[in-house]
Each structure stands twice: as C-alpha cells, then as structure tokens.
Design a protein around this ligand. Structure first.
Ligand code: MN
Length: 255
C-alpha cells in the first residue's frame, strides 16, 4: 500500500505532518505537496510552465517533496510516475478549517482528492473544523481519527472515481461522539463587497466578508459536526443534475 500525502496549506503545515504520521503504520508513505499555501484555490492544473520539486526534511525526520504547483498538480505528478512505485491511495490534509457543503469546490484539500478520483485512485480529504477560529494548534486527535478512517477505507475499499470528504470536529478525543456517513450540507457564505481606495485614488475590492456558517441539518456534514461527530461524505465528480434532464429535454431551441 503506497500512500501519497498532500495538502493545500503547504508542505510544512502541521496538519500534513500529523496526517503523514497517522497513516505511516498503514503502508509506505510518500509526501508530495505544494511549497506554499493554496487554500481556496479550487481544482488546478498547471499547463503553461514546468513544475519544480525540492526535497526537504520535516520535523521528526520525514522526507517530503515540495512542489511549486497546486495540490491537484502534486497528485497528477505523483500518479503520472513521479515516484518509482505507483500510488495506491491519496490522503490530503489535515486542513486548518472545515471543508463543508459547497466549500468542496473551493478547497485545494478536497480538489487534490478529486484529482486522485479522476485517475481512479482512492482518495480521502481531511479537514479539522475549529469553531472558534481558523488556526487549530493541535492536530493529534484529528491525526488519530484520520488514521482510523484511512484504515477503514483500505479495509473496505472505495469505489473507483469516488472520494471521501472527512471533517473532524476540534474536540478532545473522548468528546468526539463517533463517525457518521453524511451528505453535503448547505454552507452559508457572508460575502460582502468592501470597496476601498489605494494611495493613488484607484479603487480596490475585498469580497470575502466574515467566515462562512452553515445550516446544521441532521444527516449532513454540517449537522454531524455541530453534534460532535466526525463527518464522512462520499463525493463523486459526476455533477449532472439528473432530475433536471427530463425538463431540459422539453426545451425547444430557436433557430
Ligand atoms: Mn487549506
């Protein structure tokens, strides 16, 4: 079992080290991750320049490969043959904040796993949802959970071209109620336009507002986390809205 570890917070992020250490007992671990932060960069493939990779050593002595491409570039590079040995599974994270509901389309953590799904490689994305802020300091509990979920994914297998989006509440291990299979919930974004002026009188814009919240409906990723469970959502890349196909088929296209 050759496990690729990547992330979107950058190869030196503490969440990546926690994840790499957590999956080490499960197989041979290789690390290929971005050399900088690519959070909220979406699904990227770099096609207009070459990719460069440097070898670095992480705290504790783990050797890692730092790439100047995006998380999904790292996964593509690994699956295309960067390592001598073929990759059997991709784990991404542990991200510094939750990737819930529509976040999955923004998330570099999740889109790294999506890239693996395109290649037909089983993949899991791990994120740590911290209620208070965006910078959890301790990944030890999340690492334990990530190890457990990855072990189960190896034991049971994941259907080709699916990925698991795993969100872990930032709670002590004995306060986590369990692990639940969920569907994507509804994120609520609080984006607002903040127009300012630069020293030369030209306008510039912030359009991000405050941190997103969500509707904590039971059975969803957001609902599960709100109740203190780990959420595991199976995702697929077929985004077709099948329920709308019959209606679309009734449309008459004008000349
Ligand atoms: Mn991130």
């Amino acid at each position: 079992m050759h496990i690729l570890v990547t992330n979107d917070d950058g190869v030196t992020a503490p969440g990546l080290l926690a994840l790499a250490q957590a999956v080490q007992p499960l197989g041979k671990v290789s690390i290929l991750a971005p050399d900088r932060n690519w959070s909220a960069s979406g699904h990227v493939r770099t096609i207009d320049r070459p990719l460069r990779v440097k070898t670095i050593t992480l705290p504790g002595g783990l050797v890692a490969n730092a790439c100047d491409g995006a998380p999904s570039d790292c996964v593509a590079l690994a699956n295309a043959g960067f390592f001598d040995e073929k990759v059997d599974m991709v784990v991404s994270g542990i991200n510094t904040s939750g990737n819930l509901g529509h976040d999955v389309t923004y998330s570099g953590t999740v889109t790294a796993a999506m890239e693996a799904a395109i290649w037909g490689i089983p993949a899991l994305a791990f994120s740590l949802e911290s209620a208070e802020n965006n910078t959890p300091s301790d990944y030890s509990t999340a690492g334990i959970i990530a190890g457990r979920v990855t072990e189960a994914a190896i034991r049971y297998g994941i259907s080709p071209h699916l990925l698991l989006n795993v969100n872990i509440p930032d709670l002590p291990l004995d306060q986590i109620k369990g692990i639940q299979a969920t569907r994507m919930g509804l994120r609520v974004y609080h984006d607002k336009l903040d127009k300012r002026e630069d020293p030369r009188g030209k306008p510039y814009y912030w359009a991000i507002g405050s941190l997103p919240t969500g509707i904590p409906e039971r059975g969803t990723d957001i609902g599960s986390l709100a109740e203190g469970y780990v959420s595991v959502t199976p995702l697929q890349l077929d985004l077709t809205a099948y329920h709308f196909l019959p209606e679309l088929n009734t449309w008459e296209w004008k000349e």
